[in-house]
Design a protein around this ligand. Structure first.
Ligand code: IPM
Ligand code: MG
Length: 368
């Protein structure tokens, strides 16, 4: 544990934010978000108490587990958790229990964070970096992917065995009615606050787990008559995202389908380096992390895009700390920086000189 900062003290107890920097670019992007949060604390008179804990490969290296007990206990205690990224080629050959990803999945599961919110919106300033032709995204798009996060094939029974043709491996997609019900309510409630359109993604033409998923979504839809809801097969959803992203408002998915579709959708915005996420459950601490990975190839070079993590910090202020105005301010500051034409390498277009992680962070801080 490493306490890195305590800002202005006030009557109100400081909000405790656990920082899990993780691997690869994790440390750089979390430090960037902390810079921005410190500026928010100064400007709005809040106290944030940041404490760092180990997760992922760095945790395996120092104590043999990708989710040390101390980290989990601290995350349970904290008001919220901000995470960078985990994983890297150095850890790819570790046995499953020690893999960095296992630590992240265990953290989500232990904290009961079954609802993962992944907003995918096109910043108009970045329309030219989207791989879609401008006329296809002329009206922009603003999608909220609600990904179930603690069930399905990521947590089902898996293993290896001897079959008729030698060694076999299996993973199991398993969903209970209860798991589907609670994530479906989250999705409908989100849709009520947005454009009241919800598409539930499944593979009900093949998978039994998807047939139960669809049944439950239909049952629950009756309670939300104001939301226009329908189903879409996942293969079609993958295609429709590219064909016409503006047709989507809220997209409800299982764990696996949401993982895949959110990476796909992120690319439509220009870069996965722009996409934030919030993971919420019944417990008190939410987990906030960019949807991208640890990008070990660019780690430590001051070229990673910190905006996804900065926007995750904004989601944290909004969802866990009730600081809506401050969250809006961070989002506006990011837009301001984009308006100024400042870009990291992943969102730069020919003719624009990219700036580094720290430089773009300072630009966001100055815009606040
Ligand atoms: C994500 C990531 C993780 C996931 C990995 C790192 C386990 O891809 O958050 O999308 O699959 O959930
Ligand atoms: Mg992913």
């Amino acid at each position: 544990m490493n306490q890195i900062s305590t800002t202005v003290s006030s009557e109100i107890p400081a909000k405790r934010i656990a920082l899990l920097k993780g691997d690869g670019i994790g440390p750089e992007i979390v430090s960037a978000a902390v810079r921005v949060l410190e500026r928010i604390a100064d400007r709005y008179g809040h106290s944030f108490w940041f404490q760092e804990y180990l997760i992922g490969g760095q945790a395996v290296e120092s104590c043999g587990s990708p989710l040390p007990e101390e980290t989990l206990a601290a995350c349970r205690e904290a008001d919220c958790v901000l995470l960078g990224a985990v994983g890297g080629p150095a850890y790819d050959s570790l046995p499953a229990p020690q893999r960095p990803e296992t630590g992240l999945l265990a953290l989500r599961s232990e904290l009961g964070l079954y609802a993962n919110l992944r907003p995918v919106r096109l910043f108009p300033q970045l329309a030219q970096t989207s791989p879609l032709r401008l006329e296809r995204i002329a009206s922009g798009f603003d999608i909220l992917i609600i990904r179930e996060l603690t069930g399905g094939i990521y947590f089902g029974k898996r293993g290896r065995r001897q079959g008729c043709f030698g060694e076999e491996a299996f993973d199991t997609e398993n969903y209970s009615r209860m798991e589907i019900e609670r994530i479906t309510h989250v999705a409908f409630q989100a849709a009520m606050k947005r454009n009241r359109r919800l598409i539930s993604v499944d593979k009900a033409n093949v998978l039994e787990s998807s047939r139960l998923w669809r049944e439950v979504v239909h049952d629950i839809s009756g309670g939300y008559p104001d939301v226009d809801s329908s189903d879409m097969l996942v293969d079609n959803a993958a295609m429709q995202l590219i064909r016409d992203p503006a047709q989507f408002d809220v997209l409800l998915t299982s764990n696996l389908f949401g993982d895949i579709l959110s990476d796909e959708a992120s690319q439509l915005t220009g870069s996965i380096g722009m996409l934030a996420s919030a993971s919420l459950g019944e417990g008190r601490s939410g987990l906030y992390e960019p949807i991208h990975g640890s990008a070990p190839d660019i780690a430590g070079k001051d070229i990673a895009n910190p905006i996804a993590t900065i926007l995750s910090a904004a989601m944290m202020l909004r969802h866990s700390l009730g600081l809506e105005q401050e969250a809006d301010a961070i989002e506006a500051a990011v837009e301001n920086v984009l308006d100024q034409g400042l870009r990291t390498a992943d969102i730069a277009i020919p003719g624009i000189t990219a700036i580094g992680t720290q430089a773009i962070t300072e630009a966001v801080v100055s815009a606040l």
